[in-house]
Design a protein around this ligand. Structure first.
Ligand SMILES: NC(=O)C1=CN([C@@H]2O[C@H](COP(=O)(O)OP(=O)(O)OC[C@H]3O[C@@H](n4cnc5c(N)ncnc54)[C@H](O)[C@@H]3O)[C@@H](O)[C@H]2O)[C@@H](O)CC1
Ligand SMILES: Nc1ncnc2c1ncn2[C@@H]1O[C@H](COP(=O)(O)OP(=O)(O)O)[C@@H](O)[C@H]1O
Ligand SMILES: [K+]
Length: 530
């Protein structure tokens, strides 16, 4: 797992390394520029042979400095290089100024404008982590300008496509952004490479080591640290063959042995007649995920319909919150409610009853509670009434619509300038439990600000997961993974569930419907166990 650094954290890391005498700004810039050239040659081997033509666009800060290094390096390799600058070279920061002067000793620098002659490569070194506001008009025009050379022109962005905010993944001001085929960032990726519009404008992402040391590799077996942000991605253990620390450590049945009750009893509360599909999807996912037992509770009138559709999942009639109390014992270790449950008072009272359950004599901790869909929407008129019921073993799994109903001030339409990561951190602190906000960029946060980003983007993009019921499966998957006695803490379970969900969708491929997801899990587990 990689720690994702904000622009400010990246600046602080660089300053600390320089202050400690481990490196210099110039050395970092030289390595950054060379790393971009190396990544270009790796992506387009034809460019590494013979001489070609490049247009290098340099900005007013250190991103521009990287551009001058790239220009010099390409020229030394025999390329014809055109360099254009936005701003005044005399006002460049010292390291960038030095790199400008090295280039300018033997090559011209022109202001931004149309480039005479065709090129094979356009390098965007206009703005990187320092972009704080929408692109100036001249830059917006320059990044949108077609380069002569047609389809053969490759476009590489240094650190970020200019116009993209690397903390938020937003393009402030709307349209102006460089559309890259390849983006080369340094030390660690930044949140904006994975959030929002980031992946679509970065093209492909490569992260280059520039010698800043320990690049934030995170212990996958342990939860993320308070206030940190990590990318949920597979990590294989140094010891032992095959088994992945992530997500393997969160899949109890891959490691432990035991009785079915050791793997926990998950309970899914489902909706009434004709509305049971969502609950059935969640229940099947919980069972496939590894819960030792799964019971579905549904209104009496829906018993028959559910009985006709399920075998391994047990079924009980549950009229209301009072009946619920009589049906669950202290061997129930995970509960999932919301999908298809209906919006209103009955759901609110079930949520209250579920959240009030505490660890019984046999369990070491409170049961995990997954609240999704209608369990969230039922509290739209009074979100604080929900927050008052929640405890740290609860997890809310909203999509953006449900999130906005509970946290109107943090809704997508209201959080201008605030990243999805910050919004989910605020939400988790307010709710007092884990919050997972869904999407191709799924963000999970704990009340102390520990956060994780699961990205189904770049080569893991699965647009066919945008299908009705996929969220119900995710809720059940979390409950099933959280049920075993040996399950890790909830934020780690949620990271693994998000990853498995997307892997199941990738394994099935286009044409996927939600029913297919639980049944793809065995194939994904076999690969994890390797
Ligand atoms: N921090 C690090 O560890 C390293 C940074 N390097 C490079 O340096 C970059 C960061 O450099 P800087 O902090 O100088 O930032 P940038 O070069 O991204 O831009 C900074 C300048 O642009 C101005 N600016 C921001 N938004 C603007 C707007 N909309 N219109 C006009 N001006 C605007 C800022 O006031 C500042 O003067 C990185 O992206 C990377 O490319 C690399 O050289 C290697 C190491
Ligand atoms: N384009 C996408 N790429 C990856 N995952 C997606 C995409 N669109 C939706 N998803 C995932 O699919 C699920 C949809 O859940 P949700 O919106 O609750 O739908 P439903 O209520 O129909 O189940 C979430 O896990 C979400 O992260
Ligand atoms: K750039």
């Amino acid at each position: 797992m990689t720690e994702l650094m904000t622009a400010a954290q990246m600046r602080a890391t660089e300053e600390a390394a320089i202050a400690a005498g481990r490196t210099t700004g110039l050395a970092l810039m030289e390595r950054a520029g060379r790393a971009v050239v190396a990544a270009v040659f790796q992506r387009w081997p034809a460019l590494s042979e013979g001489a070609h033509a490049a247009l290098v666009l340099c900005g007013p800060g250190n991103n521009g400095g990287d551009g001058f290094v790239i220009a010099r390096r390409l020229r030394d390799l025999g390329w014809a290089v055109t360099v254009q600058i936005f701003g005044d070279a005399a006002r460049l920061p010292p390291d960038a100024r030095r790199m400008h002067d090295l280039w300018a000793a033997s090559g011209p620098v022109a202001p931004l404008g149309p480039c005479e002659g065709g090129v094979d490569l356009v390098v965007d070194a206009l703005f990187g982590t320092g972009l704080t506001r929408p692109l100036p008009q001249a830059v917006a025009e320059a990044v949108a300008r077609p380069s002569r050379g047609g389809d053969q022109v490759q476009r590489v962005a240094v650190d970020a496509p200019s116009g993209l905010n690397l903390d938020t993944g937003a393009i402030p001001g709307g349209q102006g952004v460089f559309l890259a085929d390849l983006t080369v960032t340094f030390h660690t990726a930044k949140p904006g490479h994975y959030l929002g519009a980031g992946p679509a404008v970065c093209g492909q992402l490569v992260c280059a080591d520039i010698g800043l040391g320990g690049s934030g590799g995170n212990l996958a077996g342990s939860p993320p640290a308070a206030g940190s942000l990590r990318l949920a991605e597979p990590v294989t253990a140094d010891t032992g063959p095959g088994l992945r620390v992530f997500p393997g450590a969160a899949i109890a049945k891959l490691a432990a042995t035991g009785h079915k009750y050791d793997f926990g009893h998950a309970v899914v509360l489902a909706g009434g007649v004709g509305r049971g599909g969502a609950g059935r999807l969640a229940a099947r996912a919980a069972l496939r995920a590894g819960a030792g037992l799964v019971t579905m509770l549904c209104p009496p009138a829906a018993l028959q319909e559910n009985a006709a559709r399920m075998d391994a999942v047990m079924l009980r009639a549950c009229r209301d919150a009072e009946a619920f109390e009589a049906l669950v014992d202290d061997r129930v270790t995970a509960l999932c409610l919301g999908p298809g449950l209906g919006v209103g008072e009955r759901t609110r009272s079930l949520v209250a009853a579920v959240c009030a359950r505490r660890a019984g004599a046999r369990a070491g901790r409170d049961p995990a509670v997954v609240l999704d869909a209608d369990a969230l929407t039922s509290f739209a008129p009074a979100p604080d009434a929900l927050f008052a019921l929640l405890h740290p073993r609860c997890i809310l799994t909203p999509h953006e619509g449900e999130f906005g109903r509970l946290f109107p001030d943090l809704a997508l339409s209201a959080r201008a300038g605030m990243s999805k990561v910050e919004a989910v951190r605020h939400a988790a602190a307010r709710a007092g439990c884990v919050v997972l906000l869904k999407g191709a960029d799924t963000v999970i946060a704990r009340p102390d600000g520990a956060a994780s980003l699961h990205a189904a983007v770049y080569d893991r993009a699965v647009p066919w997961l945008a299908t009705a019921g996929a969220g119900d499966v995710l809720a059940g998957l979390i409950a099933g993974l959280a049920a075993p006695a040996s399950a890790p803490e909830l934020i780690c379970v949620a990271e693994a569930a998000a990853w498995l969900h997307v892997e199941a969708a990738r394994a099935f491929g286009p044409g996927l419907i939600a029913e297919d997801l639980p049944d793809m899990l065995p194939e994904v587990f076999r690969r994890v166990a390797g």
